[in-house]
Design a binder for this molecule. Structure first.
Ligand code: S3P
Length: 446
C-alpha cells in the first residue's frame, strides 16, 4: 500500500507532455511482433501495463529491446509466434491480456495467462466466446476468469461476430485472431469504439474495411493472412492521462496550462467535448496527423463549469474518463447526469461504486444506480477532506488526488501504487505544474 495525499493548490502554470498512449502502445507492440522486419516505436508508454505486454511478446519469441531513440521490435510475421515456456502474466492490464488472447487464438500454440487480483476478477468470456467460435480451445477459472489457458487453432475459421458490448478490447481481440485466419473476419460493434487497432493494421499493410451502420454501430472487416511489414510508429500522448492535469487546470482558479502532443482521435475525446459543453476554455493548437493518429497541443485556462447531461452515445469515447469527469462535475454549478455506465462496473475496479464512495467521503452529493451517476456540483471547491479507497485502480487514484488539489481540504487515497500501471510520472508532472501531492508517512495513521 502506498498512501498519498493531495493538498489544495494555488494556480497551476506551465507546459507539460504526458506519456505515450497506452492503447496505442499495446497495439504497436502486438502488431510489430506480427510483422516481418524491425519496427521502431517512438513514444511508447513505459508503464507497467505496456511493459507486461512487451514481456509476454518476448516470451512468445519476438525480440523487443529499448535503445536511445525508442523501442525496436523484430517481428515473427503473421502466425509466427512460438509457444512460451512460461505463464504470460499481464499484471493489471485488461487490454494486454484480451488482445494477447486474440493474437494467440489462431496460432497452433498453447498459452497460459494470469494477472493480478484486479485483473483476475474481470470477465473474460466476452473474448473467449468469439475466439472459441474461431476454433480456439479455452479453459478458464469459473468459465470466465483468469488464470486461463488458450490452445490456439491450427485451422482457424473466420467469423462474422456481433459484439453485445461496445468494447474496443473485444473488437481488437477478434481482429487480431483474424490476422492468421484465412478469409474475412468481421466484428460489428453496437457503438463505435476506439479504432487504434484498425488504424495500425492498415499502417502495417493489412486491408480493413469499416462500414457505418444505420443503427449507429459499425462493422469492421479484416482480410485474413496479410503480409505485415515493419513500419515506424510514433505514439502520441495519451488523452486519458492528459485528462488529469487538464481537469486540474480547469478547476484551480488562475491556472494556465499547455499539454503538448496529445492524441485527439475522435473516438477518444468524449471528455473534451463534455468539458467544452460544461463551459471549459480549451484551445487545440497545431493539429497534425502524424503516423495515422491526430494530435495537438491543448491550452487550458481555469474557469467556471456548469453541470450537463452526458449523451449515452458518447460513453465509449470517454469510457476511462468518468472518474475524472466526476471530479469536474463535483466542482461545477448544478447537476451532471451520466447514463449507460454499466461497463464501469467491470473496469480495473467497480468504478461506479468507487466514484460514488469517494465523492461521498469528500462531502459531494452523489446518487448512483445500476448504470448511472448523478452529481450535484458545489459550484466551486467541494469540501474534500476524505480518505478514498482506490481498489488498486489507477484512474480512481489519480482522479481523487486531483480532487484534493481542487477541494477546500486535502484528500487522501489509501493506495497510489496502481498509478504506475499507466502514468508513472504523474506526481512529478503535477508537482512541476504547481500541485502539492505527497506520500503519506508510513507512521501517519490513515
Ligand atoms: C481499451 C479499451 C477500453 C478501455 C481500456 C483500454 C483498449 O476497454 O476501458 O482502458 O485499449 O482497447 P473496453 O474496450 O473493454 O471498453
Amino acid at each position: 500500500m502506498h498512501p498519498m495525499i493531495a493538498h489544495p493548490a494555488e494556480a497551476l502554470r506551465g507546459t507539460s507532455t504526458v506519456p505515450g498512449d497506452k492503447s496505442i502502445s499495446h497495439r504497436a507492440l502486438l502488431l510489430a511482433a506480427s510483422a516481418v522486419g524491425e519496427t521502431h516505436i517512438r513514444g511508447l508508454l513505459e508503464a507497467e501495463d505496456v511493459l507486461a505486454t512487451a514481456a509476454a511478446l518476448g516470451a512468445l519469441g519476438a525480440n523487443i529491446r529499448r535503445d536511445a531513440e525508442g523501442w525496436r521490435v523484430s517481428g515473427r510475421g503473421v502466425g509466427g509466434l512460438a509457444e512460451a515456456e512460461r505463464v504470460l502474466d499481464l499484471g493489471n492490464s485488461g487490454t494486454g491480456v484480451r488482445l494477447m488472447m486474440g493474437l494467440v487464438a489462431s496460432q497452433p500454440i498453447l498459452s497460459f495467462f494470469c494477472g493480478d487480483a484486479s485483473l483476475s476478477r474481470r470477465p473474460m468470456m466476452r473474448v473467449t466466446e468469439p475466439l472459441g467460435r474461431m476454433g480456439a480451445e479455452i479453459w478458464a477459472r469459473g468459465g470466465d476468469r483468469l488464470p486461463l489457458c488458450v490452445r490456439g487453432s491450427a485451422t482457424p475459421l473466420p467469423i462474422d461476430y456481433t459484439s453485445p458490448v461496445a468494447s474496443a478490447q473485444v473488437k481488437s481481440a477478434v481482429l487480431l485472431a483474424g490476422l492468421n485466419t484465412p478469409g474475412r473476419t468481421s466484428v460489428t460493434e453496437p457503438l463505435p469504439t476506439r479504432d487504434h487497432t484498425e488504424r495500425l493494421l492498415r499502417h502495417f499493410g493489412a486491408t480493413v474495411d469499416v462500414e457505418p451502420l444505420a443503427d449507429g454501430g459499425r462493422r469492421v472487416t479484416l482480410e485474413g493472412q496479410p503480409e505485415l511489414s515493419a513500419r515506424p510508429v510514433t505514439v502520441p500522448g495519451d488523452p486519458s492521462s492528459a485528462a488529469f492535469p487538464l481537469v486540474a487546470a480547469l478547476l484551480i482558479p488562475g491556472s494556465q496550462v499547455t499539454l503538448t502532443n496529445v492524441g485527439i482521435n475522435p473516438l477518444r475525446i468524449g471528455l473534451l467535448e463534455t468539458l467544452e459543453e460544461m463551459g471549459a476554455r480549451l484551445s487545440r493548437i497545431g493539429t497534425t496527423d502524424d503516423g495515422g493518429e491526430p494530435t495537438c497541443d491543448l491550452r487550458i485556462a481555469a474557469g467556471p463549469l456548469r453541470g450537463v447531461d452526458v449523451p449515452e452515445v458518447r460513453v465509449p469515447a470517454m469510457i476511462d474518463e468518468f472518474p475524472i469527469l466526476a471530479v469536474a462535475a463535483a466542482c461545477a454549478q448544478g447537476r451532471t447526469r451520466m447514463r449507460g455506465l454499466r461497463e464501469l462496473r467491470v473496469k480495473e475496479s467497480d468504478r461506479l461504486a468507487a466514484i460514488a464512495a469517494g465523492l461521498t467521503a469528500c462531502g459531494v452529493v452523489v446518487r448512483a444506480g445500476d448504470d448511472w451517476l448523478e452529481i450535484d456540483g458545489a459550484g466551486g471547491p467541494p469540501p474534500g477532506g476524505g480518505i478514498v479507497s482506490t481498489h488498486f485502480d489507477h484512474r480512481i487514484a489519480m482522479s481523487f488526488l486531483i480532487l484534493g488539489l481542487a477541494a477546500r481540504s486535502a484528500v487522501r487515497i489509501d493506495d497510489g501504487s496502481a498509478i504506475a500501471t499507466s502514468f508513472p510520472g504523474f506526481r512529478t508532472l503535477m508537482t512541476e505544474l504547481g500541485g502539492n501531492i505527497n506520500d503519506v508517512d508510513d507512521h501517519q495513521d490513515l
